[in-house]
Design a protein around this ligand. Structure first.
Ligand code: NAD
Ligand code: IPM
Ligand code: MN
Length: 343
């Protein structure tokens, strides 16, 4: 039987709750498709940091880099660590150091009543390719007297590879439109995105390449979400657009994501954070974590199991077994059990 080594960083707040709820559901899907998940729980979290002063030690980083098939992460963020140092080392640290340059965030309407938009909207089904290793997130900069200077870094290598990843995915999935969002009318370095987008698009003749300024793109996403197929943008704008995208289809409780470097082990996490106000209340939606598991299965080559998981989530939504964020009264555990039963 095929076995996959999955490292689990459950993290903070609702992270451990949604991860523990999702794991048996993923196990059930794996069993049905003839493979096994060998989970390994790692302690890195705000609690661990406060107790030990350790964020992500070097031996753990090397282990995650060299010995696992995937990393499954809940969420990081805790009011007791207001500077978010542990998340910078663990979450951003893994994205940067493992060079997981694609942050892949699908936005799919899984049930018609989940969108806050009018019911006459067309189906919503697009993916965001968020650059994941540069931009504002490097945290470069300095303080000079009263000036707090943040540097935004875009390289030819970094911008080219995320744009190519978006077009490659579009081509592989029969998509015909790729939209690039930037702010080149105000931020001069974004001209690099304009130039590389034009150049790379020329290599994909069957796919229309369009540009939008990010502010106008945000507006159009709300007004005409059904027209978008693939969106590619920088790290910060992709972060913001992915919460907007989640809101179009039911919210953060059902939004999955994958941090990828093609050919390497990926890091899989819901788009949502640790939602500290929900921690310990058994009302967090585990569907984002379960759908994140489906993305992980796809990357592991287990596409049938991924498809079944997504269908089981749709079935549970249709049957009305939902947590309060998507209009139900069920608990985290009840929703996970309903998804497992639907499998
Ligand atoms: P958040 O995503 O944690 O929560 C925002 C709101 O969305 C919550 O108050 C809740 O109403 C709703 N929500 C989110 N996930 C939900 C779920 N599974 N079920 C039901 N409702 C859900 O964002 P925030 O409040 O801005 O951030 C809280 C902490 O999480 C911060 O420390 C932040 O830095 C961190 N964070 C971490 C990640 C990550 O680890 N990937 C992502 C985003 C935010
Ligand atoms: C996300 C989160 C992270 C980000 C935070 C927690 C650093 O918002 O994964 O979307 O900004 O990338
Ligand atoms: Mn975010």
């Amino acid at each position: 039987m095929k076995r996959y080594r999955i490292a689990v960083i459950a993290g903070d707040g609702i992270g451990p709750e949604v991860v523990e709820a999702a794991m048996p559901v993923l196990d059930a899907a794996a069993r049905a498709h003839g493979f096994t998940l060998d989970w390994e729980r790692l302690p890195y979290s705000a609690d661990h940091y406060l107790k030990t002063k350790e964020t992500l030690p070097d031996h753990a980083f090397r282990h995650l880099r060299d010995d696992v098939d995937a990393i499954f992460l809940g969420a990081l963020g805790d009011p007791r660590v207001p500077g978010n140092e542990h998340a910078r080392d663990i979450l951003l640290g893994l994205r940067f150091r493992l060079d997981l340059y694609v942050n892949f965030r699908p936005v799919t309407l899984l049930h018609p009543d989940l969108t806050p938009l009018r019911a006459d909207r067309p189906a919503i089904d697009f993916v965001i390719f968020r650059e994941n290793t540069e931009g504002m997130y490097l945290g470069r900069g300095r303080v000079e007297g009263d000036e707090h200077i943040a540097e935004e870094v875009h390289t030819v290598k970094g911008v080219s590879r995320i744009i190519r990843a978006a077009f490659d995915w579009a081509r592989a999935h029969g998509k015909t439109l790729v939209t690039m969002g930037d702010k080149s009318n105000a931020v001069p370095t974004h001209h690099l995105w304009q130039r590389l987008f034009r150049e790379i698009a020329a290599d994909y003749p069957g796919i229309e390449a369009e540009h939008r300024y990010i502010d106008a793109l945000a507006m159009e996403l709300v007004r005409k979400p059904g027209r978008f197929q693939v969106i590619v943008t920088n790290n910060l704008y992709g972060d913001i657009l992915s919460d907007l995208g989640a809101a179009l289809v039911g919210g953060l409780g059902i939004a999955p994501s994958a941090n990828l470097h093609p050919g390497r082990a990926g890091l899989f996490e819901p788009v949502h954070g640790s939602a500290p106000r929900h921690a310990g209340r058994d009302d967090a939606n585990p569907m984002a974590a379960i759908l994140t598991g489906a993305l992980m299965f796809t990357e592991l080559g287990e596409k049938d199991a991924a498809r079944d998981l997504e269908q089981a989530v749709k079935d549970a939504l249709a049957a009305g077994t939902r947590t309060p964020d998507v209009g139900g009264k069920a608990t985290t555990r009840e929703v996970a059990a309903a998804v497992a039963a639907a499998l």
